[in-house]
Design a protein around this ligand. Structure first.
Ligand code: ZN
Length: 133
């Protein structure tokens, strides 16, 4: 079951500059930074009342985030739902005809399992399921 929106993923060109914006202009506190090798990104997390903001800077040119930035520029990249049964949630989506980017969950940031649904079959929103390990 979907429990709540866990975070919004936002693609940025420069993590350091972006962190400064979120801290100085919005007054949010950065509570973690991490490199996620499986997705070739550096991330920074902010807590906005239980929903997190996940900034994503690519660490390599073939990172999915690098491709996104090239095509769209900086901005909202994905929405992530916290789920309690990621395999069941993927099966439900797949049974409903949704194209999965990950058939089985992969390691994400913050010690979570994550899997993405393809935006071509989610009405334009790159959708992530995430579950704490
Ligand atoms: Zn995410």
């Amino acid at each position: 079951m979907i429990q709540q929106i866990d975070h919004l993923g936002i693609a940025v060109k420069d993590l350091k500059e972006s962190i400064e914006y979120y801290e100085t202009a919005l007054g949010l506190h950065c509570h973690g930074q991490e490199e996620v090798e499986s997705q070739k990104v550096k991330t920074a997390f902010f807590d906005a009342g239980g929903v997190h903001i996940e900034l994503l800077e690519p660490t390599s040119e073939d990172s999915p985030i690098a491709k996104f930035l090239e095509k769209n520029g900086e901005g909202i990249h994905h929405i992530a739902y916290r789920v309690d049964d990621i395999d069941g949630q993927l099966k439900k989506a797949s049974d409903a005809g949704v194209r999965l980017i990950h058939e089985t969950p992969i390691d994400g940031a913050a010690n979570k399992l994550v899997a993405f649904l393809h935006p071509k079959s989610t009405h334009g929103v790159l959708t992530e399921f995430c579950q704490s390990k």
